[in-house]
Design a protein around this ligand. Sequence first.
Ligand code: AMP
Length: 406
Amino acid sequence: MVKKTVRDVEIKGKKVLLRVDYNVPLSDKGEIEDDTRIRETIPTLQYLIDHGASIILMSHLGRPKGSPDPKFSLHQVAAQCLEPLLKRKLQFAADCSGNEAKQKAEALSPGEILMLENLRFHPEEEKNDPIFAKNLASLGDLMVNDAFGASHRAHASIAGIPKYIPAVAGFLLEKELNALSPLLLNPPRPYIALLGGAKVSDKLCVLKNLLLKVDAVLVGGGMAFTFLKAQGFAVGNSLVEETQIDAVKKLLETDGKKIKLPSDCLAASSLQSPEQTMNVTFSKDPGSMANLQGFDLGPASIQAFKNFIEETKPKTVFWNGPMGVFEVPEFSKGTFEIAKALGAAAKEGASVIVGGGDSVAAVHLLGLAKGMTHLSTGGGASLEFLEGKTLPGVAALVDAESSIPK
Ligand code: AMP
């Protein structure tokens, strides 16, 4: 680690502002659908408790648009999930800013935890407002950042607070950086990446950067159709980003040998009629995909991608983005079969790193999570990291070499 971690600092008797990413998926009834992001912060919380700190927990949840919205209250996260996991009661401040938070933070004893209400109930959070950041910083002596999933955002609680008090990495942030950093260096080969999901525009930067490092990239999902159209194939009404065609053509000219595309798809006239699917082999005949949209890899592409993974015997794999509209059972096969192939590669000793909510969800659904090397808790953050960008939340941490005033 080039940055200091919670292990490197004296925390006994300190008030620690712990930034976590508890932006968890909620059902319509407000139940937490996946608590992975919460569970993953327990080692840091437990360490702080065991070492005599008092903890002020901060997070955002959902997109409340800068004002209080009970749907996105963190109270439910504390009560439903964190208290049972930690087997202790938490205190709660109904506003992250103001007197209640200040008084409750001041009154904390070592081992006690105060959770602040959703940071994004204040528009100043996303604007990285310095006064808002300074007020938050005044609640503690030290900040620990364990919010990898939010560390690509230069928000007040991520990049603002560290201007006023020292900030170090928590164990989850450290784990993420340790898992993802080798992907940008020279990891064991063969090294392959799989990219899917909806939009090329979201992934073009990461694709360009990964192409400098990997031996091959398998492209699936909606983003494959922009590549196919750039090559002159008929794609019907499938998802295509016209504005990206030129950029994709250039990539195909320079790195075409490394980019593997599907040769067929499972198509339907719309997502509303998934029972009437057709397997279409891509061709340049416009009639071949007339009135159809491709929603998943076809059987030939699934087999070709699986064969490629099996025959390449990769030592390093990065996967982000589903291979089709996997939320709809009829179009889930491509994503699930690829997840299984990667599970098998991991069993053979490959280091398999999965980033992005949907691909991670697919791995969980298949019960393959334990076999994978690393499942990132931050889709956007892991992509920006792999684009080669410095994440604002990481840049703000104290360098490993510097000293921290005790
Ligand atoms: P992303 O957030 O960019 O990784 O995109 C994930 C979304 O891409 C999922 O909700 C999928 O349903 C969607 N997706 C995957 N394949 C396709 C496709 N062929 N057409 C439309 N959407 C797709």
